[in-house]
Design a binder for this molecule. Structure first.
Ligand SMILES: Nc1ncnc2c1ncn2[C@@H]1O[C@H](COP(=O)(O)OP(=O)(O)OP(=O)(O)O)[C@@H](O)[C@H]1O
Length: 593
């Protein structure tokens, strides 16, 4: 296979992000309003402190009684307690709200990823998708559960403090705002500059993951071609790029953070100095100046907290843009309903991406219930035929149909019940053998629902027996044995048998086996195929085979060469014809002998 072209998955723009945030808020509207209300009330109780303190200062000057001062001081203490209680309750609710939003986001992300067309996933590269699935979704969850509530509290506190300053005195309130333009300008500039910097840092991280995943999954190939040095250099180069992007973030923050120190001190200094002069003019009272100056100083808390969170906020935002980007993938419109289960390939032309044609006007008509074996030299296009029949790819021209409609137009949930492709890549889920088998059963009532021990294990055990999986008898807990890397690990042959047993349980109309028994030793592969053929009797089986032994017993053999069907017919006829198949057979017999 040639290298896949890498078409990155999209990243959400501002409008898509706004839409996503609106959806998240709307899904939990009442809790959101409650949290907002609690934060505003807590901030109000906090801002009341300096205001009341100012009132006490002025009150003492204008002859308040000690009792009155005591009452106000009591109210100040009550406000401190109230603020603590409100803030604590708000935070608890806020974190829960964030957690729920994160869970919702995760679910819709996974749902979307599982519905992505396989071809798209392949072209995007597993690194990009892996980074989005693990790192990015995690970063967004952190954003929703921690950073966003943190920033929301800070913003609300800041807003309430400013309102409180205006309540004390409008002119002092305006003075208070004197330091704000700097903060606004610096904040805007930072946000504008930071967004692409953080996005590029995330993208560089994906590249590292992509390289590491590719090197690890292709380790044996890398070793065989002695490409360790190249792969290492590639990894270093990607890591260096990532380092550069991180340095960019640090450079940006180096000038931004000191600037913010100045910004939040400026209003307090301006209020104290100018407010002092206004007091001398008799325009304001000492209590008012003290109250607004204290409010200005209190601004440092929310400003500092939001500054500290801003980088995480940016990072979370960049991650969210990538997570949401997955939703921008155009949905595949698959609405065709097949009538029956006849498979036909007519004049099919196909090529990968922008590459050259690999199938050239190829036609193949597997008959209902027949076992058609497809053979041919390496690179002839056998697996490509399998992918087209399974609806993973679409032909450039011509038609690949199932029950009279294009396979690639059939909704996946319908198609997967009718056509199953088994390749050499098998996945054993970390779950019990029973659960691994039950995956194959439809849960919508159209066929038997997942079975537990109480339902009898007959069907599961029969399916395993049909693929000659004798190892099941030795499992410590039978069908309830946990499989997976950390539990009972299956070897390649066993994993293939598990995949084949799933096919029997799924009971589709058409089964495509693309070297599906290649991992099983040639001695037992024959047994497995024979018993599988018996279990799949009546189904259309298209088997792609390297081992010509499997071809001998086929109903029909199709020989693919250079993307075309070179010959078709039963084993004996093709041998007698003395063409391509006879040559392949002789070569294989020579090897096998
Ligand atoms: N994902 C892909 N992207 C680009 N080219 C591809 C891809 N998969 C296969 N090809 C190319 O398409 C042609 C047919 O490949 P295909 O895998 O169908 O052949 P095959 O007969 O199954 O070979 P083999 O027996 O080695 O598996 C080859 O030239 C191959 O390089």
């Amino acid at each position: 296979m040639s290298a896949l072209d890498h078409a990155r998955l999209p990243v959400a723009d501002r409008a898509a992000m706004t839409g996503a945030i609106k959806r998240l808020v709307a899904a939990d509207r009442r809790s959101f309003a409650a949290v907002l209300l609690l934060y505003v009330a807590a901030a109000g109780a906090g801002a009341a402190l300096p205001v009341m303190l100012g009132a006490v200062i002025d009150g003492i000057g204008t002859g308040w009684t000690a009792a009155r001062v005591d009452v106000v001081c009591g109210a100040i203490v009550a406000c401190v307690v109230l603020q603590l209680v409100l803030m604590r309750t708000g935070r608890r609710l806020g974190y829960r709200l964030g957690e729920r939003a994160a869970a919702r986001l995760r679910e819709s992300f996974i749902d979307r990823v599982l519905r992505l067309p396989l071809g798209t996933v392949e072209r995007a590269g597993t690194g990009d998708l892996a980074t989005r699935t693990s790192g990015d979704v995690g970063a967004v969850a952190e954003l929703l559960r921690k950073t966003a509530p943190e920033v929301a509290v800070a913003m609300i506190e800041g807003a309430v403090i400013i309102v409180a300053a205006f309540v004390v005195d409008v002119r002092l309130g305006l003075l208070f705002l004197a330091g704000m333009p700097m903060l606004y300008v610096a904040g805007r500039r930072y946000l504008r500059l930071a967004s692409p910097v953080f996005l590029s840092e995330r993208a560089a991280m994906s590249e590292i993951a992509e390289t590491a995943t590719a090197s690890a999954s292709g380790a044996t190939t890398v070793a065989a071609y002695r490409m360790q040095g190249e792969r290492r250099d590639e990894g270093y180069a990607r890591a260096a790029t990532h380092m550069d992007r991180l340095k960019g973030i640090i450079r940006l923050q180096t000038w931004f953070f000191p600037a913010t120190d100045l910004t939040f001190l400026t209003p307090a200094v301006v209020v104290t100095v100018v407010g002092g002069l206004w007091y001398l003019e008799g325009w304001v009272t000492v209590g008012q100046v003290v109250a607004v100056a204290m409010l200005a100083l209190r601004l440092d808390g929310p400003v500092f907290r939001s500054m500290m969170s801003l980088s995480e906020f940016q990072m979370g935002g960049a991650a969210m843009a990538r997570v949401e980007g997955v939703h921008l993938m155009p949905d595949e419109v698959r609405e065709a309903r097949p009538e029956g289960a006849e498979v036909r390939l007519d004049d099919v032309v196909f090529g990968y991406g922008d590459g050259p044609d690999v199938l050239h006007r190829l036609s193949l008509h597997p008959r209902r219930g027949e076992r058609l074996v497809v053979v041919g030299p390496s690179g002839a296009g056998k697996s490509t035929i399998a992918r087209l029949v399974a609806g993973i790819d679409r032909p450039r021209s011509g038609a690949v149909t199932l029950g009279g409609v294009p396979v690639a137009d059939i909704p996946l949930e319908v198609l997967r019940r009718k056509v199953i492709l088994v390749t050499q890549e098998h996945y054993v889920f970390t779950a019990t053998l029973r659960e691994n088998l039950n995956l194959a059963l439809h849960t919508d009532g159209s066929q038997a629902s997942p079975r537990g021990p109480e339902d009898g294990d007959g069907a599961l055990l029969d399916a395993l027996a049909a693929v000659d999986a004798r190892w099941v008898a030795d499992l410590p807990e039978g069908l309830d044995t946990m499989l997976g890397e950390e539990f009972h690990e299956l070897n390649l042959a066993e994993a293939q048998q598990l995949a084949l047993a799933r096919v029997i349980l799924a009971d589709p109309d058409v089964v495509i086996l693309d070297e599906a028994t290649a991992g099983i030793d040639p001695g037992s592969a024959g047994n497995v195929e024979a018993s599988l053929a018996a279990a799949l009797h009546g189904r259309t089986v298209i088997a792609i085979a390297h081992q010509l032994q499997a071809a001998e017993s086929a109903d029909r053999i199709a020989v693919v060469q250079d993307g075309r069907i070179a010959e078709e017919g039963p084993h004996a006829d093709l041998l007698a014809a003395g063409g391509v198949y006879a040559g392949l057979w002789a070569a294989w017999k020579g090897v096998a002998a």
